[in-house]
Design a protein around this ligand. Structure first.
Ligand SMILES: [Zn+2]
Ligand SMILES: [Zn+2]
Length: 114
């Protein structure tokens, strides 16, 4: 009897986790669809959605996450802007461009264009 309920609990927990995983994917997709599912860094052609992430246009991504206690920016966006009208101070970059502009303040793609 006890074993049975434990198994049921575990199964249930797995189902909940799977549901949350799918929800996170759907939220991420919604955000990518809104901004355009490609890297917006000039000169970068990355459009594999797996490599894409949110870029704060004016920097301050870390401060924003801390202030709003953002654990998952996609979840945060969908909760904060339920009408799907996401803010214009965010855009989509790939991880490479996001890292470079985070660490160096620029992306080498920009330089190559000039
Ligand atoms: Zn890029
Ligand atoms: Zn770039």
């Amino acid at each position: 009897m006890k074993e049975n309920s434990t198994r049921h609990y575990l199964k249930n927990r797995e189902a909940i986790r799977e549901k949350e995983r799918l929800k996170r994917i759907a939220e991420r997709q919604k955000v990518l669809d809104f901004y355009g599912a490609y890297c917006h860094c000039p000169g970068c052609k990355e459009n594999h959605k797996e490599f894409l992430t949110i870029e704060h246009l004016n920097g301050g991504g870390r401060a924003h996450r801390k202030k709003e206690r953002v654990k998952n920016i996609y979840t945060w966006l969908c909760r904060t802007y339920p009408n799907g009208n996401f803010p214009d101070w965010l855009t989509i970059f790939c991880y490479n461009c996001n890292c470079s502009s985070g660490h160096y303040g620029y992306c080498p793609h920009e330089k190559e264009l000039n």
